[in-house]
Design a protein around this ligand. Sequence first.
Ligand code: NDP
Length: 245
Amino acid sequence: MENVENKVIIITGATSGIGEATARVLAKHGAKVVLSGRREERLEKLANELGDSAIYLKSDVTNIVDMKAIVKLAKEKFGKVDVLFANAGIMPAGNMSELDLKGWMDMVDINIKGVLNSMYAIIPEFYQQNSGHIIITSSRAGTTLVPGNAVYCGTKHFVKVMLQSFNSETNQEGKNIRTTTIYPGAIKTELLNHVVENDHKKMVEGFYEQFGLQPETIANAVLYAISQPDGVDVSDLVIRPTFEG
Ligand code: NDP
């Protein structure tokens, strides 16, 4: 596909769900994908499936050394990086009164600091080549308030506002860097595995079961944003099940 073929795209959170589906869709359309995640056996399996289109590195977004290493690997193997898809995230949901301090801090570490680490690693490359595209997976929780998910909601608002602000800086600086924020609604992935068993989880699971979309839906949105001609910036994409309020 034009403007996708031979682009080199780093995908964080490529071991399952949205990231995995996106890797498949982008590789199918001729992109080179650089897979990041902690579960190495899954990375290996996916990379084997995708053949010459894919490389991988076991990497943790909370570790800046890992994020620099994945950029280095992409450049060594494919010569450049065109797109960062900062997608890794977790959602150990629950009311704040449950005092799940670890869950809160993990969300800050992965959903916020993880995105910042990956941007820290890629920004020098994009500035040097005066081109690039940063795509972030926020959430519908980044567009509204979600009871039972306050900290997650905060992390997803953070990345939205941060990327929009970054975009205004690159515009001012005359840098040719595109930005896209994706806001998925309920998507059938492993995301709910982090939620402890409670009534809230049962309700959410029921909705996901009935109405949740397949991760390929989001992969196709990422493909759309990347495939636009140079100079076209797809800033925000909300993709949700029809019956999601
Ligand atoms: P999954 O749980 O299937 O995927 C999450 C991915 O994040 C995995 O590949 C996981 O890899 C990776 N990840 C988690 N922690 C780390 C870490 N410390 N370092 C590196 N990678 C990490 O869920 P989704 O595909 O649904 O989630 C992808 C994104 O979509 C998340 O940001 C999520 O918040 C967002 N989202 C999802 C929605 C949904 O309904 N599913 C709705 C809205 C947004 P590994 O464990 O191998 O490291």
